[in-house]
Design a protein around this ligand. Structure first.
Ligand SMILES: C[S@@+](CC[C@H](N)C(=O)[O-])C[C@H]1O[C@@H](n2cnc3c(N)ncnc32)[C@H](O)[C@@H]1O
Length: 301
């Protein structure tokens, strides 16, 4: 697979063929994006004009929703290039910032990239269909072309993003229902999501905005915007009813995780998740039942 990708083949097609699947399964998505770790970072250096136009546009959209102190999460952060750009445009030293991606390698690249810029971001490998956060815990949750490859799972993705969101979900994704015929053909060919707008209209949240964006990094894959608001809750300052101390949680029980040697650990659930180098793997399939860790840390047993 690596050789085929290195020869210039499309990563998702290589992964689908290798797995013998006609669809973008979770494993095909993970492999295809993992193979691309570091490529978006390289592209952002090679084409700074396009990168700047993208993040300036996103910063402008997110600005009114990101009150001072509001926590933010990017789901499907890739190499962290979009998130780092957004943080440059909307700096706030008090902001709790999180990023997750299915691919560990991309999280690893993102973590190092963000650290090299002095950004304090908690990065973890995680699945958008089972996010490692408690309900209602992050003020603003956004995606940038990350729901895109998960064809057929539009409703599921929105439900999970809304579960963890306190106030706003902002999606920068291709919108099949607003796209022209050529873009729709391409989206069908690549197995992209095709009913995000219908899904957004069906959820229990206010649809604030839905439109195509002016600038798309790839004009063949036009980017759209969907903004969903959850009720009239405040954001940012906990004293005003905002979220206090958001943090990672076990994706099975949603109980809080704390650092323990070599892992993140939920003492109440007795479940640990491995820390690989500098990035925890907070996916349900990597949960380890480890009750002795609790006994060790409390001196019992
Ligand atoms: C097109 S890239 C965009 C990366 C980044 N958001 C950006 O703007 O540069 C899509 C990213 O979404 C991630 N992704 C796709 N499905 C995911 C899932 N189910 N859970 C978490 N991340 C996912 C991929 O691993 C990949 O890094």
């Amino acid at each position: 697979m690596r050789e085929a990708y290195a020869r210039g083949a499309n990563a998702m097609e290589v992964a689908r063929e290798y797995l013998g699947s006609a669809e973008n399964t979770a494993l095909a998505t993970e492999i295809s994006y993992d193979l691309q770790a570091g490529q978006y970072l390289k592209a952002s250096y090679e084409d700074p004009g396009s990168h700047q136009a993208w993040i300036t546009q996103l910063g402008g959209v997110l600005d009114p929703f990101l009150m001072p102190g509001a926590s933010i999460l990017e789901v499907g952060c890739g190499d962290g290039t979009t998130l780092s750009g957004v943080l440059d445009i909307l700096p706030d030293s008090d902001r709790a910032t999180f990023a997750v991606d299915l691919s560990w390698s991309r999280c690893h690249v993102a973590k190092r990239h963000l650290e090299s810029l002095g950004r304090r971001v908690s990065v973890a490998a995680g699945d958008m269909f089972r996010l490692p956060f408690p309900d209602d815990s992050i003020d603003v949750v956004f995606t940038s072309h990350a729901i895109e490859p998960n064809g057929g799972r539009d409703d599921e993705a929105l439900a999970e993003l809304l579960r963890v969101t306190h106030r706003y979900v902002v999606l920068f994704e291709p919108l099949y229902e607003m796209a022209d015929a050529a873009a729709q053909d391409r989206m069908r060919f690549h197995g992209y999501v095709r009913r995000l707008l219908s899904a957004a209209k069906a959820v229990d949240a206010d649809l604030v905005e839905a439109k195509l964006l002016d600038f798309s990094p790839n004009p063949q894959n036009p980017s759209g915007l969907i903004v969903l608001a959850r009720g009239r809750r405040s954001v940012g300052n906990p004293a005003d009813g905002g979220v206090s101390r958001p943090g990672f949680a076990c994706p099975l029980t949603f109980t809080p995780l704390a650092e323990a040697p070599g892992c993140l650990y939920s003492a109440s659930a007795g479940i640990a998740y491995p820390m690989m180098v500098d990035v925890p793997v907070l996916r349900p399939e990597y949960a380890v039942v480890a009750t002795a860790l609790c006994e060790q840390s409390t001196g019992r047993g």
